[in-house]
Design a binder for this molecule. Sequence first.
Ligand code: NAD
Ligand code: LMR
Length: 339
Amino acid sequence: MFAARRTFAGIAQTRAFSASARDLSKVTILGAAGGIGQPLSLLCKLNPRVTDLALYDIRLAPGVAADVSHINTKSKVTGYDPTPSGLAAALKGAEIVLIPAGVPRKPGMTRDDLFNTNASIVRDLAKAVAESAPDANILVISNPVNSTVPIVAEILKAKGVYNPKRLFGVTTLDVVRASRFVSEIKNTDPRDENITVVGGHSGVTIVPLFSQSSHPDLVGNADLLNRVQFGGDEVVKAKDGAGSATLSMAMAGARFAESLLKAAQGEKGVIEPTFVDSPLYKDQGIDFFASRVELGPNGVEKIHDVGKITAEEQTLLDACLGDLKKNIEKGVAFVAQNP
Ligand code: NAD
Ligand code: LMR
């Protein structure tokens, strides 16, 4: 049996003693050796706000950690063995836990087809987070996000540690894609394109609000809408059986984590669309919804409503809400039946 913990401490100590407690930010990645996990680990290692990077997977995390730890940035990188004590140690003291653990799609599959495999993976990891890092911000990447986020919430509730302000479904990739695709049409710099995307993270639950962008003329552009809603399928098809988006997702996950760290360190006005426990459609039995969320030291600071939208966008939103409700209920039912 390997020791549960392998540190690459040399680089770390200096940072630990020179940073104030407020600046110490441990980020844990569960599923760190996967297609998303590896580039996400790399990007977190490059982020100066991350002081301690903990990598866990059921395979290869110590190897990924050894590799990433040679990058000459200050943070400490630790890889953990796939044991309960390794998982607990990876989580202890984490400010942010990113979860890209689980299987990806193959051509012809929907995200919901991943449910049977990923629901129990996410459930078990959520139990470990509840026990070892109950105060962490939890960023769920594993699909189907519309169901895995409610699964995590139900586990945290059962353990008595649910804090709705600290649970996030990562929908950043939809926003990243939307801005990129718009820039291709409008011949602009994608960094200047701020496209709000609301709803959830699959097919028709992904609702871009072009009326609120600087290109309201794009409302009704069916090809663009289809590309934003089914951008994931575009990658799955191109990878031809070898998985789904990993590199763009790693960038999107790292961006969201960076936004949370910025907000935790006092920066104001940090807003990201994300799938959270939301009051917006609770009256329709929908407990989670992605909209623009202002982040702060306590996680969710303010949930913005969808704002003014066109009749066409309202039709998209209505279709979204129908699917979303079923996806959320499926996650809740799974935990009730498989606690
Ligand atoms: P992958 O198969 O390349 O990597 C998944 C990793 O998870 C593997 O290394 C595997 O060993 C690990 N893993 C499995 N069970 C685990 C467990 N119990 N504990 C810890 N690690 C475990 O897959 P990928 O391409 O990295 O995708 C991962 C997930 O992210 C998929 O479900 C995919 O659909 C999803 N995804 C979400 C988004 C999004 O926008 N939210 C984007 C892309 C992919
Ligand atoms: C994506 O949007 O790329 C991810 O959700 C992965 C997928 O299955 O499409």
